[in-house]
Design a protein around this ligand. Structure first.
Ligand SMILES: Nc1nc2c(c(=O)[nH]1)N[C@H]1C(S)=C(S)[C@@H](COP(=O)(O)O)O[C@H]1N2
Ligand SMILES: [Mo]
Length: 434
């Protein structure tokens, strides 16, 4: 196991790195030294990078680290309790704190899901290594086709607005709402965020690396610490996808909302696999294996597959997400009787934009349509609002039910599975009116 000093750069290292990078970025991007210094002064220890800034942990942040699950605080950024709920090595976005946030969630407010801990990688000694039997000449891992950060920045870029959502988002509701708890991080609904992701289409990288017709699977692998659980080392976090998906809409992103990817979200490079469960969107990508035979890892075999409940054995690995809706309101919020509330929230679908969002304040007896706004992007979300004046005090369950443009509707229950994945049922959101 790594100790935190190994993956968090010190103030001195950063100063040195900044010294080395400043002249380089200046000459390549025509920025004056003053502009660069002004930009880097915007955060106590901002490190200027091409196209944005990678923010780094301050010394104060590092000394505040506590031991969580055998790792130091796994996050580089601050995760204040009024914005995040900490679940082991993960930081869930608090939906009540999302009210008023824009369509895309600001980088420092975006949920973080780490299997171990966020590494701080140095782009000057990082390369992307592509290898495997699905490439011309079948280069092995020690003779890969390599891309530097610069190589990738110089290739035609693409921006996608989409969510990254954990397969376990909503897991706690299997227990709290359906009475069948599932083990694992007890996410409520904040294991999701939408951002503008900019990078290189994975298809461009694979073509340049010499992908051939024999390829069936493509597997990005992360540079975060290897995942060890119950004494078993499952290696670096990695998960294959079909060559069809890889060549379709996947990007290798180096920017999030117009800034360099933050350390906690995969700097310098992460996969963004639109519509699929979060584990497909591998962070801190160092290698991509392209294979002419199917690939396997912990994350498409024992995990992220439906097991238990009414599922027979031998289910395929999970790919796409399910539809969901969330109120931007605290669970158990107290609301004043006789006063108009404007309830707000967001709904999202992996297949299409949202057609309608209906709200029920009487346990599903009656439903009224909320108004929703643009953007309303498939595999991202729509924001909605609903004015409500509760006339009687007491306990209520607020419910929001989305229908997408392909007429998929959120069901009233989600079939149980042992992993607690893909909870898509309408959620009962308790409030007290007094
Ligand atoms: N290398 C690596 N990639 C990873 C993970 C990880 O732990 N290591 N977690 C995955 C999971 S389970 C999810 S839900 C998303 C979370 O992305 P975020 O932390 O940027 O929100 O990253 C995925 N990519
Ligand atoms: Mo996840």
């Amino acid at each position: 196991m790594r100790d935190e000093q190994e993956y968090i750069a010190t103030r001195e290292e950063l100063a040195t790195r900044e010294e080395q990078l400043l002249p380089k970025i200046q000459s390549e991007h025509g920025l004056s030294r003053r502009q660069l210094l002004e930009l880097s002064a915007s955060s106590a220890l901002a490190l200027p990078f091409l196209g944005g800034f990678a923010r780094v942990a301050s010394a104060a942040q590092r000394t505040r680290r506590t031991i969580v699950n055998g790792f130091g605080n796994p996050f580089v950024q601050d995760t204040p309790p009024d914005q995040f709920t900490i679940l082991g090595t993960n930081a869930e976005m608090r939906w009540d704190a999302a009210k008023g946030l824009p369509y895309t969630i600001p980088n420092d407010r975006f949920f973080i899901r780490d299997h171990t801990a966020s590494p701080v990688l140095d782009v000057s000694n990082w390369t992307l290594k592509v290898f495997g039997t699905g490439l011309e000449g079948a280069p092995d891992v020690s003779h890969p086709v390599q891309f530097t950060y610069q190589d990738l920045l110089q290739m035609p870029a693409r921006t996608i607005t989409c969510y990254v959502e954990c397969a376990g988002n909503g897991r706690s509701l299997y227990g709290s709402q359906q009475g069948t708890p599932a083990a694992g991080s007890q996410w409520h609904l904040g294991g999701i965020g939408v951002a503008d992701w900019t990078g290189v289409p994975l298809s461009s990288v694979l073509k340049r690396a010499g992908i051939n017709k024999s390829a069936v699977d493509v597997m990005p692998s992360g540079l975060d610490p290897e995942f060890i659980s119950g004494g078993v080392n499952s290696g670096h976090v990695r998960r294959p996808m079909s060559v069809e998906k890889a060549m379709d809409d996947v990007i290798l992103a180096y920017q999030m909302n117009g800034e360099a990817l933050p350390f906690d979200h995969g700097f310098p490079l992460r996969a963004i696999v639109p519509g699929w469960i979060g584990i497909a969107s591998i962070k801190w990508v160092g290698q991509i294996e392209v294979s002419r035979s199917p690939l396997f890892s912990l994350w498409n075999t024992a995990q992220y597959v439906f097991t238990g409940g009414s599922y027979p054995p031998g289910q395929p690995p999970l790919t796409t997400q399910v539809m969901k809706s969330a109120f931007e309101l605290a669970l158990g919020a107290s609301l004043p009787v006789g006063e108009q509330q404007v309830l707000t929230g967001r709904s999202w679908s992996p297949s299409a934009g949202i057609r309608t969002v209906e709200i029920s304040t009487d346990d599903g007896a009656t439903w009224t349509e909320a108004s929703h706004t643009q953007p309303n992007i498939a595999q991202a979300w729509t924001q909605w609002s609903f004015p409500w004046t509760p006339m009687t005090s007491g306990k209520y369950n607020l419910m929001a039910r989305a229908t997408d443009k392909k007429k998929n509707v959120q069901p009233s229950t989600s079939p149980f599975n042992t992993g607690g994945y893909l909870f898509g049922a309408v959620v009962k959101h308790p409030v007290t009116v007094s």
